[in-house]
Design a binder for this molecule. Structure first.
Ligand SMILES: [Mg+2]
Length: 348
């Protein structure tokens, strides 16, 4: 069984801005969703640690942030620039030929080949050093037995650190954390768990898995596993072979059904192209960009390559639902990869 490293860039958007505006490094810096002229209408996406000292945090309205510090430096989000740096980061890690998955614009997960914590720590140190010297950006790396725990380690150690929590210390490490520390648990799930009297991960561990499954389906079973420190992950290396993808911006008036319709149409377009090229795909990914400009992507690897539209539908919608959870989305996308050319008909 392997171990997992989660590389999580620290205050990513603001750190990217500090990179090209050294003059803001010693000031309270906020990156937000609105243009500079209309900044009061916007929301904080990321802020640097100086801004945090004033109590400013992401998702706060800019007008509230300005009340806490009227002198803060405000910059409108420049998504294209952050994505450029994100791609550089991905390229840097990918060149090491590790089993890895891009989790979001500023997070990459890595699976090691064995259970050796000392080796995993050495790897984390080497990666952190490389990111710092090549990109000039701070990051935190969490090391644990599954991605969900590595993320909690990052949150506990931030900023600019490496944290390791071993399997045997996991239950103790997570038990007092709030349920929302779990990736995928948003406001809605937190509220529903709270109605069941569950506030902490420790309480989640003590509740009957059958009840959780009855209430949350498959995700309930996963929550139970996570809470007991028993979650197991596997990263499917996407080897960056050719892929076919489509993405589209979502009209904010669309409900969940409407968003699913958009996803279905994108999936049809992708599969039409797969068939035109007489190919099969080995994995399906869904990508969601949220209203705060962050994004997430998840991939489902198929046991057998196929060109089936039904299979593509099933997983693109399933992954989309998992990614949307409680969050408002701005853009959705689908990608099929591990493409192979279909062999010609057998000759007798
Ligand atoms: Mg981050």
């Amino acid at each position: 069984m392997g171990l997992f490293l989660l590389i999580d860039m620290d205050y990513f958007f603001a750190a990217c801005e500090e990179l090209r505006h050294h003059e803001y490094k010693d000031k309270a810096l906020v990156v937000g969703t609105s243009s500079s002229e209309n900044k009061e209408k916007g929301v904080v996406q990321t802020c640097n640690y100086i801004a945090r000292q004033y109590g400013i945090h992401s998702a706060m309205s800019i007008s509230d942030a300005l009340k806490l510090n009227p002198n803060l430096t405000y910059l409108a989000s420049d998504e294209a620039y952050y994505e450029q740096i994100s791609h550089k980061l991905e390229h840097l890690i990918r060149s090491r030929n590790l089993r890895m998955e891009v989790m979001s614009i500023d997070e990459i997960a890595i699976e090691t080949n064995n259970d050796n914590y000392a080796e995993a720590l050495a790897l984390a140190e080497s990666i952190k050093e490389e990111i710092n010297s090549n990109l000039g950006l701070p990051c935190t790396i969490g090391v644990s037995s599954a991605i969900v725990y590595a993320k909690m380690v990052c949150d506990a150690y931030k900023p600019n650190k490496i944290g390791v929590v071993r399997r045997e210390d996991l239950v103790n490490f997570i038990k007092d954390k709030e349920v929302k520390a779990i990736i995928g648990v948003g406001d809605k799930t937190t509220k529903r768990l709270s109605e069941m009297g569950i506030e902490t991960i420790g309480q989640l561990a003590k509740s009957n898995p059958a009840n959780l499954i009855a209430k949350f389906g498959k995700f309930g079973g996963e929550l139970s596993l996570i809470s007991r420190g028993e979650m197991v992950d596997r990263i499917h290396p996407d080897q960056k072979k050719i892929s076919i993808s489509r993405e589209r911006t979502i009209d904010q008036s669309l409900g969940i059904d409407g968003i699913e319709m958009v996803m279905k149409r994108l999936t049809e377009e992708v599969i039409a192209e797969v068939k035109e090229n007489n190919m099969s795909f080995g994995s399906v990914s869904a990508k969601v960009k949220y209203i705060d400009f962050s994004y997430s992507m998840r991939t489902k690897k198929l046991s057998v390559p196929t060109d089936s539209l039904d299979v593509a539908y099933r997983y693109s919608i399933e992954l989309l639902k998992a990614l949307m959870k409680d969050n408002k989305v701005r853009k959705v996308g689908v990608r099929v990869s591990e493409l192979k050319e279909n062999s010609n008909q057998m000759r007798l």
